[in-house]
Design a protein. Structure first.
Length: 374
């Protein structure tokens, strides 16, 4: 996992001089690239989802011929559900129910370009590699698909020829599935390295306390999304004993470490296991960066908060990302980005830098965004 301050990249790690040199060269290359092309960032997962959504109609998703296809739509349902596309799926439901009556009568296996795409089969094999726990093979496949990804965000039908010039719904769907599994596998293996405590004077904790203080006047139910072992929840429960607290995290091992009496749910961004307006407040500390599709994740955070409730997000500034060793799906943020996403659902939105750890004065690495649900 990342060190809390990217400048301290050598603390507690023995890489050898070759590893340190290679790491320094990579960081320098990322810094130079970002300085000469600050607007050229390409986020493979977000652009792939955007392309897939561009293929949707009120009924379902279109095949390569541009026709709504119920079989393809049903194949994409789990992917879009995990990536938080609730409103879209709700619009599909009536059409899919009608289409189901026709597809059930036809027992033939699906045929056509989508189902015979060699790139889609390769992407599907990458998914299988991750499901089998072979991260090395999965990462090689996923990296190859990233290199193959078209500027539109879609993954092509075939490796060359006319098929290369056309995107594939299935290949793009499996690419997104592989990204989800890649992140999940990395977290499962790295769960033991996550910090279990937060200092009482840490600036991030102070920002969360300040954000939740308006709820202290009455009984309130607050959820920590991506809570880990509950290091923030432990402090917050002591600060606001009248509030009810729930931790939400994809790792069962992390949830087991929450204090007795706290709610615990398996799940996370960008698909939170909760009804609309279920909580009076939510916090997400260093969770948005791992959400794969952060704009949808912010919308999901706001969805589960009642009108008048509070949303607090703490995460890292994108200017620091070139200096850090990150997982391929990680995405840090410009302050105005998160402020804009939050402002689409909340009023009284604000953003400010916060200190962290022993760094009492803000270094610019960590930022807090807060808002009141409109």
């Amino acid at each position: 996992m990342l060190l809390e301050d990217p400048r301290a990249n050598d603390q507690g790690i023995s890489l050898g001089w070759q590893g340190r040199l290679a790491s320094a060269v990579r960081r320098r290359a990322r810094r130079v690239w970002r300085s000469v092309a600050p607007g050229a960032c390409h986020w493979p997962i977000e652009s792939a989802l955007e392309w897939l959504l561009s293929r949707t109609t009120p009924g379902g998703i279109c095949d390569a011929a541009g026709l709504p296809d119920p079989v393809l739509s049903r194949a994409c349902l789990p992917t879009l559900t995990i990536l938080g596309q609730r409103s879209l799926l709700a619009r599909w439901s009536p059409w899919l129910r009608e289409a189901e009556l026709q597809t059930v009568q036809d027992a033939a296996a699906p045929a056509g370009e989508e189902w015979e795409s060699p790139v889609a089969e390769f992407a599907r094999q990458t998914v299988r590699d991750y499901l089998c726990g072979d991260r090395a093979a999965g990462d090689r496949g996923w990296s190859r698909l990233v290199r193959l990804q078209k500027p539109s965000g879609g993954i092509p039908l075939s490796w060359h020829g006319a098929g290369w010039r056309r995107e594939s719904v299935l290949a793009t769907k499996y690419f997104l599935d592989a990204a989800v599994l890649q992140a999940r596998l990395a977290f499962e293996r790295g769960a033991g390295t996550l910090p279990s405590e937060i200092a009482e004077d840490d600036g991030r904790l102070g920002a969360v306390i300040s954000g939740m203080a308006p709820l202290a006047s009455g009984p309130a139910h607050v959820a920590d999304i991506g809570c880990g072992s509950g290091r923030f929840l432990k402090r917050l429960a002591g600060q606001f004993p009248a509030m009810t607290w729930t931790g939400i995290d994809p790792s069962p091992a992390m949830l087991e470490q929450l204090p007795e009496g706290m709610g615990r749910r398996s799940g996370g961004l960008p698909s939170i296991p909760a009804d609309d307006g279920a909580f009076d407040g939510v916090l997400a500390v260093e969770a948005l960066e791992h959400s794969l599709v952060p704009e949808a994740a912010v919308a999901e955070l706001c969805r589960v908060v009642r009108p008048g409730g509070r949303v607090v997000i703490i995460d890292k500034h994108s200017a620091w990302q070139p200096l850090s060793e990150c997982e391929p799906w990680e995405r840090w943020f410009e302050p105005h980005e998160v402020l804009s996403w939050l402002g689409a659902h909340c009023d009284r939105v604000a953003a400010w830098p916060v200190g962290h750890g022993a760094q009492q004065s803000p270094s610019g690495l960590f930022w807090c965004w807060s808002g009141r649900r409109g």
